[in-house]
Design a protein around this ligand. Sequence first.
Ligand SMILES: [Mn+2]
Length: 430
Amino acid sequence: MSRYPVLPKELFIENRQRLVSLLKQDSIAIIHSNYVFPASADENFPFKQNSDLLWLTGINQPNTTLVFLIDKFGSVDEYIFVDKTDPNLAVWEGDKQTMDQVRHISGIQNVEYTDNFDSFLEKNIFRFKNIYLDFNEHLRASREILNQNEKKVLCYKEKYPLHNFERLSPLISELRQVKLDFEIEIIKDAIRITKDIFDEILKIIRPGMYEFEIEALITYMGLKNGAYGNAFSPIVAGGINSCILHYQKNENVLKEGDIVLLDFGVNYGFYNSDITRVVPVSGKFTERQKDIYSAVLDVQRQAMAFLKPDVTYEEYEKFVGNLIEEKLIELDLITIEDVKNQSPQNPVYRKYYMHRTSHFLGIDVHDVNVATGIVKVGTVLTCEPGIYVKEEAIGVRLEEDILITESGTENLTASIPIDPDHIEQIMNSR
Ligand SMILES: [Mn+2]
């Protein structure tokens, strides 16, 4: 029994085949799981698997290592090393996955115990010229603490100095960016749960509620519907808090006349949804709130229409920046003079719009890396323009999850209410 959806092993088999086809002959590739990081006393942080390993194997346990051996003729062997059940630990934590379970989940036939990994490596590593290793190359990755793959890079380079080292991350990032049909389907499932949550929020939200009550509902409904949990810590930001981009304290009272910004998603079958909606606490937007809301909504619609294969993310961000600039002038937040006098490196619209418009979405919420280069078919990403007016306690960000198709974009979150009149109508007919 599993409370979570089990992904078909064909997905992981195909992912591995796609990766291996990019590797040079005469190579060994090694991908480790994440550590369990210590927190305090005898407590650890909740385990979060390395996303590349998850994408390649579906194995969500620590102390897991995937190895590819590719000989001079291109023949490939794959091995996975996993923890053996330790009877003493099992008293507290239960059993590890059996070798058969690991075979069944990942589709990898050669399953070994992690205890044997070091001797396996010693026996094999000098047969190969190249060593492929994984390193988190996300542009916003923290380097304060190294994960297991990153530590092992240092260790292998010291132990095997005469090998040729190669990077897996650029190859895996390219592959992970383009989703297979099955991945798109599971993201759609995550979005269905997200829609149910938002529909419920519209029913219950009232002045006098605390932000954390909405957070509780989001978390409850996600788990109840089979999600691993929230995609990230939910943002429930009433009034002026809506201008704090990643507000997560969720500690204030929702007040009559304010708006509340809701940015949340679920992690379902390893994949994430991520939406943002803005709702009037009392069921009706003020005229000014609606003007700002409508401006952002219009920018979002035009932004989604602009995205199609072969445009670049740079062109797209510039296009959105220009639209925001127009809207800010219409809203009397900046003047044409301000725009004339601005320096190109620091456009004046940045005062009210401080972030990029899109990030990739998948196993990670900010999947793979910062969106740069050319837009490709099969990419899933968010579209989330915003305008944040702190002086007026109005922060509006609207976020959809979209799929790049041959002809443009498919809005995967189209069923989740976003039109401001529609939202008011739902709230006033409850
Ligand atoms: Mn987002």
